[in-house]
Design a protein around this ligand. Structure first.
Ligand SMILES: [Zn+2]
Length: 138
C-alpha cells in the first residue's frame, strides 16, 4: 500500500501543478507549515519547516486540494467528522483558525491523519475512514 502522493486517485489531484518545500532552521507555528492555493492556472502547495511534520503537512495540504475541488466530498466528510467527533477531538488544533475556516481545516486534518496512519485513524473514526478509503484512496 502506498502512503504517498500515489495513494490518491489521479482525479483527486487534477490541477495540482506544484508541490514545493522550503527548509526553515526555525520551524514556524503549525498553522504556517504549509499552504494550498489555487488560481486560474491551477493549484500549488508550499511546505515549510523541517522534516518532522513534513509528511502530515503534505497530506494536510493535499487534503485541502481534494476537498476544495470536490464540494460534494467536502459536505460528506464534514457530516462524517461531525458525527464521529473528530473536530471536537482536534479542537486545540482548530482553535488556531478563524471559525469560518475550521470546517476546511477539519477536513484537511482528517485526511492528513487518515493518510499518515490509516489503521490508527480507522480505529478511532471508522465511518470517516471508510469514506476516505472509498473516495480519497487510489
Ligand atoms: Zn490547513
Amino acid at each position: 500500500m502506498s502512503l504517498g502522493v500515489a495513494s490518491y486517485p489521479p482525479e483527486a489531484l487534477a490541477h495540482l501543478n506544484q508541490i514545493a518545500y522550503t527548509h526553515d532552521a526555525v520551524v514556524p507555528a503549525s498553522s504556517h507549515l504549509g499552504d494550498w492555493s489555487i488560481g486560474p492556472g491551477g493549484a500549488e502547495i508550499n511546505l515549510h519547516g523541517n522534516s518532522q511534520e513534513l509528511w502530515s503537512t503534505l497530506h494536510h495540504e493535499i487534503g485541502h486540494h481534494v476537498v476544495e475541488t470536490n464540494p460534494e466530498l467536502k459536505a460528506d466528510l464534514l457530516d462524517s467528522i461531525a458525527t464521529e467527533g473528530f473536530a471536537e477531538d482536534r479542537a486545540a488544533f482548530l482553535e488556531q483558525y478563524s471559525p469560518d475556516l475550521r470546517g476546511s481545516e477539519a477536513c484537511a486534518e482528517a485526511i492528513a491523519q487518515f493518510k499518515s496512519n490509516p489503521p490508527a485513524f480507522a480505529a478511532l473514526y471508522p465511518q470517516t475512514a471508510s469514506l476516505l478509503e472509498a473516495r480519497v484512496s487510489a
